[in-house]
Design a protein around this ligand. Structure first.
Ligand code: ADP
Length: 267
């Protein structure tokens, strides 16, 4: 699904270069729940934003379902990000004066759906994360764990094949953090691909593969065989079907646009 080949990232500030990533090569398969683990400053967030098509690498390739994503025009990169990736940030970034439902509706603003379809989809995803009946509450009227669930629902409402999370439990107490991680585990069981950044080994233990980062390099990888993941290695067909860009014809579209081929519309 995702391949990074010799990805290097240097940040330049005031003429000094910081090497955030040094020749990182890794592969994430569809349906995996991966934790990028390492100390602060090791390059985890940089790696996550590069995976999320938000931060072009200085060198190397990022291939997603066969598409070299940083080869696309900036406009196509934005389309790709919108279609393909959902983000959950440490600061959950809910809009405080919008209800749970309205927060979840935000990513659908540009979707070609009727208002009714949008509300239906947002309501369904809120139910899926366990918030049925709480759609009209403001974030301040929800617990920390419930706010985390709204943030996850908002990340998933576009049905992105890839969910990225940066320290998703960083601002939550351990009980509410565990609720969000339990939700990730459940989504993973249902076939969702998840890549999560954390410096916390207990958080990382919810994933089924750990990629250890130090000083901008992958130093080791390990698989978690744990009751926590409960992963049976199989994704239910109904949840993965049609989600990957290749399967929804999106990659064909992107490839066609890259090659400036105009393809006839087929029914
Ligand atoms: P982590 O997520 O593991 O804490 P980061 O990817 O945030 O690590 O940072 C890796 C290195 O890159 C650090 O030395 C950090 O200071 C530097 N860095 C990150 N973002 C920027 C930026 N936008 N400009 C300059 N340096 C940055």
């Amino acid at each position: 699904m995702i391949q990074l080949r010799n990805v290097t990232k240097e940040y330049r500030t005031d003429g000094t270069a910081v090497a955030a990533l040094r020749s990182v090569t890794l592969h994430v398969a569809e349906g995996e729940f991966v934790a990028l683990v390492g100390p602060s400053g090791s390059g985890k967030s940089t790696l996550l934003t590069i995976l999320g098509v938000m931060n072009p690498p200085t060198a190397g390739d990022v291939i997603v379902d066969g598409i070299d994503v940083y080869d696309l025009s900036l406009e196509r990169q934005a389309d790709f990000r919108h279609e393909y990736v959902g983000f959950v940030f440490q600061q959950l970034q809910l809009v405080p004066y919008l209800t749970a439902l309205e927060n979840v509706l935000l990513p659908l603003a540009v979707a070609r759906l009727s208002r009714r379809e949008k509300v239906q989809r947002a309501t369904e995803i809120l139910a899926r994360v366990g918030l049925a009946g709480k759609e009209r509450r403001l974030p301040g009227q929800l617990s920390g764990g419930e706010q985390g669930r709204v943030a996850v629902a908002r990340a998933l409402v576009n049905q992105p094949p890839l969910l990225l999370a940066d320290e998703p439990t960083g601002n939550l107490d351990s009980a509410t953090g565990a609720q969000v991680l339990a939700l990730f585990r459940e989504l993973h069981r249902q076939g969702q691909t998840i890549i999560m950044v954390t410096h916390n080994p207990e958080t990382a233990a919810f994933a089924n593969r750990l990629i250890h980062i130090r000083d901008g390099q992958v130093i080791s990888e390990s698989r978690v065989i744990s009751a926590k993941t409960g992963h049976n290695g199989k994704a239910p067909a109904q949840l993965t079907r049609g989600l990957s860009p290749a399967r929804r014809g999106y990659s064909d579209d992107l490839l066609a646009s890259r090659r400036s081929i105009s393809r006839p519309m087929t029914a």
